[in-house]
Design a protein around this ligand. Sequence first.
Ligand code: SF4
Length: 375
Amino acid sequence: MIADEIDTILSRRIAVLGERVLGGGQVDREEAMDLFQLEHRADIFDLLAWANRIRETFKGNKIHLCSIVNAKAGGCSENCKFCSQSSFYQTGAPKYGFVDPEPVFEAAEEASRQGVTALGLVAAWKGLNEGPMLDEVCDRIRELSEGGKVRADASLGLIKEQAVANRLKAAGLECYGHNLESSRRFFPTHCTTHTFDDRLRTIQLLRNAGIKICSGGIIGMGETREDRCDLAFSLREVGANVVPINILNPIQGTPFEKNIPLEPLEILKTIACFRFILPRKEIMIAGGRTVNLRDMQSLIFMAGASALMVGNYLTTVNQPVEKDLQMLRDLGLDPSWDKHEFVDQEELALTGIDATAARQPIDEDARSAMRPSAV
Ligand code: SF4
């Protein structure tokens, strides 16, 4: 057999899992790991085709666009090894205090002009407590929300008190960005100043307050495929609504500056596996896509992505928004995600879909056929 010819047993196995997900069922961790371990190009493209069908089924041709504005830059007390804003590393990234209303208004205007659904206020600090800074943050969120140009989102670090989450909700915050970053196992490898559990607790407080959760991670930090798989299952467990996948863009001066970049096909396969595990969620490709995927960026949608972070990232430059919009038009995808809600993520009745597909087991031949390809 030619090495990259599609293996029919593997192909059948991917198809069984794909049909199960399309029918409203789920993949378990062992099955998902089989997908993460696919090695051959032809099998990976087979996987992408199924991920694309799952995206089309649950998300249609709508693509959710988000952008961010750095509301407080640099000087962060945390030591996340990928981050240029940590005070532990000398990176030359900009530093400034919490922004006035004008830059936020301007960012909202620009985002709205470009058809972007949501604008996230992002602050480089450990977290938010009751006090004057929370008052100021709530003012910015209220202004953004009442301005009505974009959905008011934020990513403001750890939260330890329910009252803080409740105040953000009362100010008009709809969705909070708080990545789990990686698996529980890998987390201490990239950060030791706070824990995976601190992040879970923050998400719980936000959910209690009725705030939607944008939570994902970074791939390419040196984690294993098992770590990526476990991250996806943790995100399923915490009920993340939007799942950003960042791809490490090694920043000079950080401990990860010399990390070897992931191959584009490994990145696309990871996105596809996330789509199998999280079929109804907004899977958003965020930082690092331009530098890591280059000309293969448009394949993220075939891999199952349904959302895109556009505009510049916190400290790195992205391709121009117009280029992203052109890419979507060329693919027949529609960035006018007008619902500004998350109702399409609810479990759907399996109307019109063969519900038995949701329970269809994998036959052992197909399952064992995947094992030899595992590394
Ligand atoms: S990722 Fe966030 S918490 Fe970690 S160092 Fe950067 S700004 Fe601070």
